[in-house]
Design a protein. Structure first.
Lengths: 520, 194, 185
């Protein structure tokens, strides 16, 4: 076997991984809860419109949210039951705000809607994309980008390398690890489908080398399925090797610059969970209705569960039994996760891990101290940015300069905050700056639109005035012409009368002259 | 040749017109809030000063000295410089209206910039010939631009810093300028081998 | 003495001639600065600054007739941007032109609307849809919150509703931490 050359990305950190004990037990299927609250907005892009009403009966896998717009995905019922309501519910989002959810009460029968495998091999690429969109498959690595938009062969008509991301670099999370151990063949078949859809020359599955069982299982699966051009590549364990651009760099050496897409360089990256979902969607016709979720942290039994979307997080946590001193719940891992406002929020497509925290496990951060410009953050940044510069200007709200230091290329991995000696919450500053800049751009776009409409309105008023004036002028000309015609007709009549009178006078004088001979 | 190099080096670093001779402080403090305006001001002053030094030398050696009219030096230099500045202002207004609006009142104030009068007069005192005068003028204005650009970069950084309330703005700028001046005095002796 | 006068006169004539020529050659038409100022203003066309629209206000600022702190919809942010562009000092919003209010949109109460079209004529961005004796409604996405439609409505059926925070337009807060007093060891 030839040794493949691997490359290196700058920066990164090696935190304690805490992958045990959640990777010790097999995946358990979580039982159905009493109520499922399925949010409509679960992916990047436009919000799906609800296609069902309260009181309707739905079956498992039935479409309940239709895509709205080009970048949008669909949402399906996670089980069969009655739609109790379509109402705002608390979202698994740091803001603590609510958004529209379809609330379903399971009827216990759990019966599928009519499913049919999709004959993707004989369909046109556009039709396959539509089918994927209607299956609700989104990136399950955490970015939840609609997958149908990524399944295209790129500008050259084929990809050079398809990367399947099984790295799972963040501490505590083991969902991809367990899925690879138990369902390796399905994932490989999903990768093969992606290989054929993108016409990739080779498929590289990157798995961190702290997962020897997963690597072995996947290698066995490649041999067993006999799929060609797929290679399992163990990569060195380093956070964040699982970042798309970082993994692409490690496996292929290609550095995708800012502002460009990896497809411009002939590479695309999908998560192993997404590959699994694509197999189920295309070969079995099953839409995306569940995912593997790791429950870890301050629990009695850390474990992975197969959870239907819309299940309240507290039901899943109860299966692992949270310890009594639990004080917070984080969706995601300790580096990139978001604090949840309550434990009643539903599990969504982005939930790869529910981390249960306590004051001992995640102590409150020490107070922020001034930046001493030590440069450790720049050394740790995997995207070769300068966090201390971005921090300086985000903090002072000088957003123009923050953008000059490539603020939007930050992947918010948390390496800089992890190494900061002054305990500065760097990623929070970057998120604040990014959302402020987006808000300002939206305002500017709205203002530009308002100016256009205002100028159009002024133009419209001018045009209406001009049209009115033209009409009046036309009418005035018409009346004048009429009067002139009438006047000339009058004139003609008058002339005729005068001529007749003159003729009569002349005739009269002529007869008079004849009547008086020898007058002069 | 080395003589010219020393004149240039001396004018840019050793005897920096703003930081060592302490001339031309008005635009140094007034136009250094942003890097782009500082560069624009530096470029305008370079043009004015180089041209001004040349014309001043010509006027002095061909018109004033032969006719024993040395007492008209200041007056005629100011008139020449004022005309050149007015010309520069017209060109800038045409080519970059934003720079013109941002420089604002400081553009015509180049006329009263003590550096722009001082350098031609220094040329007379140092008995430079035409080439040396223009080189000295060019070097001084490059030094002026250098000081302005460095200071602008510093002030942009200071905007985001935790400056105590009553030091913010001009106060901390003056303090920083003074420290910069101290730093530039470290170049003294650079032209020791002259 | 005479030579001095002659020299000065000669100098003045030459320089004056050069300047006159330059003044004609480098003549500048129009004022692109007004466009730059106008692109910063929020385009609500509400008239709170005292000028009949955003463009006249921009022209007044460019001429130096108006101060930069008269626009309430632009807020403190807008004043900062104008100060940056023009190199002027930042001034807080002047009270006589109004106060900065949270962003709102107009909503027409359909039960009370009589279909008189007076609000349609008042809206500077044509954000109200309707016709005579037909129901009027405000297109929320296009309403700038200028409040010019409130006055003409004869039945007072238009309300200003503040835009709610939703998951889409929620912004991350500025990171702060609570200061804790500790006793000296």
């Amino acid at each position: 076997m030839t040794l493949r050359q691997l490359f290196h990305f700058n920066g990164g950190v090696k935190p304690a991984y805490n992958k045990e004990p959640s990777n010790a037990l097999p995946i358990m299927v979580a039982p159905l809860p009493a109520e499922l609250a399925i949010p409509l907005h679960q992916s990047v892009g436009g919000i799906p419109r609800p296609l069902v009403q309260a009181g309707e009966h739905v079956r498992k896998g039935q479409l309940i949210g239709g895509p709205d717009g080009y970048v949008s995905s669909s949402v399906h019922a996670s089980t069969s039951g009655l739609v109790k309501a379509i109402e705002p519910r608390l979202m698994p989002h740091t803001s603590g705000l609510s958004a529209l959810c379809v609330v379903i009460e399971p009827d216990g029968k759990d019966e599928w809607a009519d499913l049919a495998p999709i004959p993707w091999r004989s369909m046109k690429p556009d039709e396959v994309r539509d089918a994927l969109r209607d299956s609700g498959v989104v990136g399950l690595g955490g970015a939840v980008f609609p997958s149908y938009l990524k399944v295209n062969p790129g500008k050259q008509g084929h990809l050079n390398t398809l990367v399947i991301n099984g790295a799972e670099c963040e501490p505590f999370i083991t969902c991809d690890d367990m899925q690879m151990r138990e369902h390796a063949e399905t994932i490989i078949r999903g990768a093969a489908i992606l290989r054929d859809l993108t016409k990739a020359e080779q498929v590289l599955v990157g798995i961190e080398d702290n997962k020897p069982e997963a690597i072995a299982a996947m290698q066995v699966a490649v041999k067993a399925t006999g799929e060609p051009r797929i290679e399992i590549v163990p990569v060195p364990t380093r956070y964040p090797a699982g970042g798309a651009k970082q993994l692409i760099r490690v496996l292929t050496g290609i550095e995708v610059p800012h502002g460009t897409r990896s497809t411009d360089y002939g590479v695309q990256c999908f998560n192993t969970g997404t590959a699994f979902a694509i197999y189920e969607a295309l070969e079995l016709g099953r839409p995306l209705i569940s995912r593997i979720v790791t429950v870890a942290g301050n629990v009695e039994t850390a474990r992975n569960y197969e959870v239907r979307f819309g299940t309240p997080m507290k039901d899943v946590i109860a299966l692992s039994k949270a310890k009594p001193d639990t004080n917070r719940i984080v969706m995601g891992g300790p580096m990139m996760g978001f604090a949840m406002p309550a434990d009643t929020v539903p599990v969504v497509k982005a939930t790869n891990c529910i981390l249960v925290g306590s004051p001992t496990l995640f102590p409150p951060p020490p107070p922020e101290m001034p930046c001493i410009r030590c440069g450790e953050c720049a050394r740790a940044c995997p995207t070769d940015l300068q966090p201390f510069e971005m921090y300086w200007f985000s903090r002072a709200r000088i957003f123009g300069k923050a953008q000059e230091y490539h603020l939007f290329d930050c992947i918010e991995c948390g390496c800089c905050a992890y190494v900061c000696g002054s305990n500065i919450p760097l990623v929070d500053y970057f998120r604040f700056a990014k959302s402020e800049i987006w808000a300002r751009e939206n305002e500017k776009a709205a203002a530009d639109g308002a100016r256009e409409r205002y100028e159009f309105r002024l133009a419209r008023e001018e045009r209406e005035k001009a049209e009115k004036a033209a009409k009046l002028a036309a009418k005035a000309a018409e009346t004048k012409a009429k009067l002139a015609a009438a006047a000339s007709a009058d004139d003609e009549q008058k002339k005729a009368l005068i001529a007749a009178a003159v003729a009569r006078t002349e005739a009269a004088s002529a007869t008079r002259q004849e009547g008086t001979p020898g007058a002069d | 040749m080395t003589g010219y190099l020393f004149i240039l080096l001396g004018a840019v670093l050793v005897n920096n017109v703003v930081l060592v001779r302490i001339l031309g402080l008005c635009p140094y403090m007034g136009v250094s809030k942003k890097l782009e305006t500082a560069v624009g001001m530096g470029a305008a002053t370079t043009f004015v000063l180089t041209l001004g030094c040349g014309t001043s030398y010509v006027i002095d050696s061909w018109l004033l000295m032969p006719n024993q009219l040395e007492y008209l030096r200041t007056l005629s230099f100011i008139v020449t410089i004022a005309a050149i500045v007015q010309l520069t202002e017209l060109v800038i207004q045409k080519t970059s209206p934003v720079l013109h609006q941002v420089l604002g009142i400081y553009l015509p104030l180049i006329t009263t910039n003590c550096a722009v009068l001082g350098i031609p007069l220094l040329n007379i005192g140092l008995r430079h010939n035409l080439i040396e005068s223009m080189l000295f003028g060019f070097g001084s204005s490059v030094g002026f631009t250098l000081a302005l650009v460095l200071f602008a970069g510093l002030r942009e950084r200071l905007e985001g810093a935790d400056v105590p309330k009553y030091f913010r703005g001009t106060a901390i700028a003056f303090i920083s300028g003074g420290i910069m001046s101290l730093a530039f005095m470290g170049f003294a002796g650079l032209d020791k081998f002259k | 003495m005479l030579t001095a006068l002659f020299v000065m006169a000669l100098g003045s004539v030459i320089l004056g001639g050069a300047l006159g020529f330059a003044a004609v050659k480098f003549r500048v038409e129009g004022d692109p600065l007004v466009d730059k100022i106008d692109s910063i203003l929020p385009q609500t066309q509400c008239g709170q600054c005292g000028f009949p629209g955003c463009r006249p206000y921009a022209e007044a600022i460019a001429k130096g007739e108006a101060d930069i702190n008269c626009c309430p919809p632009g807020g403190e942010d807008g004043i900062h941007k104008l100060a940056d562009l023009l190199g002027r000092e930042f001034k807080p919003l002047s009270g006589e032109h109004g106060i900065e209010k949270p962003k709102s949109t107009a909503v027409i109460d359909e039960n009370t609307c009589i279909g008189c079209t007076l609000c349609i004529q008042a809206c500077p961005v044509d954000a109200i849809v309707g016709a005579a004796k037909q129901m009027h409604t405000v297109i929320a996405a296009q309403c700038t919150g200028c409040e010019l439609c409130l006055e003409p409505c004869p039945v007072n059926c238009i309300l200003m509703k503040p835009i709610d925070e939703s998951v889409e337009n929620w912004k991350w807060k500025y990171p702060t931490f609570a200061l804790q007093a500790r006793k000296a060891a």
